[in-house]
Design a protein around this ligand. Structure first.
Ligand SMILES: [Zn+2]
Length: 161
């Protein structure tokens, strides 16, 4: 532990048993090192969806905190209003950060522009089947594989003899 000798104001590291004895004898005080609290640094951006052939996935919002490494992605009609970036680790206890207004505006306008350009991919209504297809497209757009793809790949693996 780090202590400061009362007589000399000298600081030194000592085994905790020694330090406690010196403090108990009123010869020293413990020095608690000041822990610098890290400030959360959440940054959001609107990103272009992946382009595959003639299809472009919808724009999406990406958020990341450079302090704790927490990150999030979101896509959908209202995601800019609802999504939050959850902090972790070094930002423990920091409340989740919502999408800032200027990113909300940018997302709305880029999503509107996207919808104009890709009309044929817009579902007429939000049926569960349409939502599922859209979720799969979003997942694929983010480089994630669907359950079906993973199963198909597993089946394609050679069977061990
Ligand atoms: Zn954070």
């Amino acid at each position: 532990m780090l202590i400061e000798m009362k007589s000399t104001n000298e600081q030194c590291h000592v085994p905790s048993g020694t330090g406690k004895a010196l403090i108990a004898a009123n010869l020293a005080v413990e020095v608690i090192p000041e822990v610098k609290k890290l400030e959360p640094n959440a940054q959001f951006s609107v990103r272009r969806g992946r382009v595959v052939g003639d299809y472009e996935y919808p724009p999406y919002i990406y958020g990341k905190c450079s302090t704790c490494g927490g990150n999030t992605v979101g896509e959908g009609p209202t995601v800019h209003k609802t999504m939050t970036l959850r902090h972790q680790g070094t930002c423990f206890g920091v409340p989740a950060t919502p999408v800032p207004p200027h990113i909300q505006d940018e997302y709305e306008s880029r999503r509107a522009a996207y919808k104009k350009r890709f009309k044929r991919f817009q579902p007429e209504n939000g049926s569960a089947a349409v939502d599922r297809v859209r979720d799969q497209k979003v997942a694929a757009g983010l480089g994630l594989k669907s359950r079906e793809q993973l199963i198909a790949e597993a089946k394609a693996l050679p069977v061990p003899k």
